[in-house]
Design a binder for this molecule. Structure first.
Ligand code: PLP
Length: 389
């Protein structure tokens, strides 16, 4: 009998992808389905980026590159981090990978082993606990509440730390809730970490999609945080480049960078050379006008969707500060979020993602990264479903 590794047997399919697949299957059967489950902008990649890619192909820029990225791209990322995030990372402290997900995989594989505890605020992005388990680490979930806008408190962080704590994963703005940590809140969390050897992963992939308040990079809080934080970012969400596969990490520990470079050199090697060249145009200001337009469109959709959903009896949602998701409380109607979402899909043809996939039942995630007309129709259907429940 052939067998598989325990590690791979224990890995779950992403619930987001499972719901999107179910929605696609129903659509293929001719059903009228509106999907709000995907985590990707509906906009095309900005023109300057597309043009740069075509130029790279025509110039024959189609060979292997350095594993961690081409020098011009590393420089563009270093400049961006300085200009927009007040972070000083040299090009030797940055590694470009196949999406932020790949950067996260690399860093968790490089740091986590059996016995290590990783602190993950709940609700979390689906991939974190799976990556920790794959590295044989132990997930320690820090439960947040809607009343606290899904943020962990300094006391909660303090109470969760044990001698085995190796890492804290922060996502700001968050997927699935859209909450954003303020500078003061990050400072308070930083105070708790002072004097420990705990790494912080700060996933800042939604950084450019902020509608209220201002974004602060975790590593910019102070020199102690700069040392312990691995900054994760990418162009998928902010520049509508999900299919190009481009993400990066920045960290001050050169040894860690070297170890991750080794891992990537033995697994995927460099990111597609054309994507790398094109991404420079997404970082150096050439795409800024289009990025701004996308942000404004998301903001309009957020305001519209929040107002409409909060008007539905039995549902309520906090207004997200960033990202493009609403984390809707449906517990008055049904606590079992998987059952709620399956019925919603089957009865009125609306696909949303059950909160349980993010570690929090009683909620569902509604992505507003789609056009206003579909959002309006989708919410009407959700309302009729809730009214008949
Ligand atoms: C919080 C968060 N981090 C990372 C990613 C991964 O993005 P990518 O691998 O496309 O760069 C996602 C995508 O959904 C996300 O929501």
């Amino acid at each position: 009998m052939y067998s598989y590794s325990d590690r791979i047997n224990n890995l779950s399919e992403s619930i987001t992808i499972a719901i999107s697949t179910l929605a696609r299957d129903l659509k293929a059967q001719g059903k009228d389905i509106l999907s709000f489950s995907a985590g990707e902008p509906d906009f095309n990649t900005p023109q300057a980026i597309r043009e740069e890619a075509i130029k790279a192909i025509q110039e024959g820029f189609t060979k292997y590159t350095a594993v961690c990225g081409i020098p011009e791209l590393l420089q563009a990322i270093s400049d961006k981090l300085k200009r927009e995030n007040d972070l000083n990372y040299t090009t030797k402290e940055i590694i470009v990978s196949n999406g932020a997900k790949h950067s996260l995989f690399n860093v968790i594989a490089a740091l986590i082993q059996k016995g290590d505890e990783v602190l993950i605020p709940t609700p979390y992005w689906v991939t974190y606990p799976e990556l920790v388990s794959y590295s044989l680490g132990t997930n320690v979930f820090l439960q947040t509440t809607q009343g606290n806008n899904f943020k962990i408190t300094p006391q909660q962080l303090k109470d969760s730390i044990t001698p085995k704590t190796k890492m804290l994963i922060l996502t700001t703005p968050s997927n699935p809730t859209g909450m954003l940590y303020s500078k003061e809140e990050l400072q308070a969390l930083a105070e708790v970490l002072k004097g420990t050897n705990i790494w912080v992963i700060s996933d800042e992939i939604y950084e450019k999609l902020v509608y209220n308040g201002s974004f602060t990079s975790t590593a910019s809080i102070n020199s102690d945080m700069l040392e312990r934080t691995i900054t994760i970012n990418g162009l998928s969400k902010s520049v509508a480049m999900t299919g190009w596969r481009i993400g990066y990490l920045a960290c001050k520990d050169k040894k860690l960078c070297k170890l991750i470079d080794n891992l990537q050199s033995q697994s995927t090697s460099n990111v597609c050379s054309i994507t790398q060249r094109a991404s420079i145009a997404g970082l150096d200001g050439r795409a800024d006008e289009e990025i701004k337009k996308m942000r404004l469109a998301f903001e309009e959709r957020r305001d519209f969707a929040c107002k409409k959903i909060n008007a539905i009896k039995g549902l309520n949602v906090n207004t997200p500060d960033g990202a493009f998701y609403l984390f809707v409380n449906c517990s008055e109607i049904e606590y079992d979020s998987m059952h709620f979402c399956k019925s919603l899909l089957e009865k009125v043809g609306v696909a949303v993602v059950p909160g349980i996939g993010f570690g929090m039942d009683g909620y569902f995630r509604f992505s507003f990264a789609t056009d206003l007309k579909s959002i309006e129709e989708g919410i009407k259907r959700i309302e009729s479903f809730c009214n008949s429940h």
